[in-house]
Design a protein around this ligand. Structure first.
Ligand SMILES: NC(=O)c1ccc[n+]([C@@H]2O[C@H](COP(=O)([O-])OP(=O)(O)OC[C@H]3O[C@@H](n4cnc5c(N)ncnc54)[C@H](O)[C@@H]3O)[C@@H](O)[C@H]2O)c1
Length: 278
């Protein structure tokens, strides 16, 4: 990669939630290797400890990588996290709200699971933005907030309604956030806090075995940095099975359900799926 986004530079600071595993950890390792200070945020436990050790090895100086255990759904913990991260590493140039829970399967899931999923996947992001954005804006310069969404929050495939719902809400929130930041900055806003929606494809993360067709987290991080450098808001990643053209067709088809007065999720409807497939 030749061009990096302005917020990514040696000595700059990144705060990444869900950084103990998967895409968050890969981003942390990449940014530490580029000479950034990185604050790893995750639930306390062995995964976070291991990530601190691994990402610390990529760092260019001692003390550049710290781990702050926190539950992103807890307002007091997120507020304490912001104080600690800014105190130890400075105001972030990049805030990556990436933590996720996949708790709760199906419409019959316990209501507490529906609420927990919204608390982590949506309000965890809202809390992160509220805790860090004022300092990021006050510090000035080019800074960025990346919220990790999902194709499931855009094209809405059946099977995991709770997750889809949280990611659809996150997409709406992030779109509105970027509009607000852009509007506040006005025409003089080339140097400001920008928001971006990262939408990974199928990526091997957590403790899942790697399967043919999936991407690895490093590939997602590469696309993220390239597309941020280009100034893109929607950063939709393909994978080994789904091309960008297929994603575009699926997104347009989902929007077409409304304007063509089809039933929702018509891609999976017996009267319509053949037309989509063709
Ligand atoms: N892996 C994929 O195929 C894929 C596809 C589309 C979108 N995404 C999105 O990418 C992001 C990263 O996903 P991943 O697959 O790398 O995840 P992962 O499961 O590998 O890691 C998620 C991390 O979030 C942490 N976490 C969970 N609840 C938390 C909380 N309350 N507070 C703090 N940390 C918490 C977990 O402990 C874990 O370390 C997520 O937002 C996910 O929705 C992933």
């Amino acid at each position: 990669m030749n061009v990096l986004p302005a917020c990514i530079a040696p000595g700059h600071t990144a705060v990444i939630t869900g950084a103990a595993l998967g895409i968050g950890r890969a981003a942390a390792e990449r940014l530490a290797g580029l000479g950034m200070n990185v604050c790893l945020v995750d639930l306390p436990g062995v995964d976070l400890d291991a990530a601190l050790e691994q990402v610390g090895k990529a760092a260019r100086r001692d003390g550049a990588v710290i781990a702050v255990p926190a539950d992103v759904a807890d307002a007091a913990q997120v507020s304490a996290l912001a104080n600690e991260a800014i105190d130890r590493l400075g105001t972030p140039h990049l805030l990556m709200n990436n933590a996720v829970t996949r708790i709760g399967r199906g419409f019959d899931a316990d209501l507490a699971e529906w609420r927990r999923a919204m608390d982590v996947n949506l309000f965890g992001v809202v809390l992160g933005v509220r805790a860090f954005l004022p300092a990021m804006q006050a510090a000035g310069g080019s800074r960025a907030i990346v919220n990790t969404g999902s194709k499931q929050g855009i094209t809405n495939p059946p099977g995991h309604p709770i997750y889809n719902m949280t990611k659809a809400a996150l997409k709406t929130y992030t779109e509105l956030l970027e509009h607000e930041l852009r509007s506040q900055a006005g025409t003089a806003g080339s140097s400001r806090v920008s928001a971006h929606l990262l939408v990974p494809g199928w990526t091997t993360t957590g403790r899942n075995p790697h399967k043919a067709g999936a991407w690895l987290p490093d590939q997602v991080v590469e696309v993220l940095l390239t597309r941020m450098a280009a100034g893109d808001f929607y950063i939709v990643c393909p994978d080994g099975e789904v091309t960008a053209a297929m994603d575009a067709a699926r997104i347009l088809w989902a929007a077409g359900d409304i304007v063509e007065n089809r039933p929702p999720l018509s891609r999976w409807h017996p009267d319509h799926r053949d037309r989509f497939d063709s």
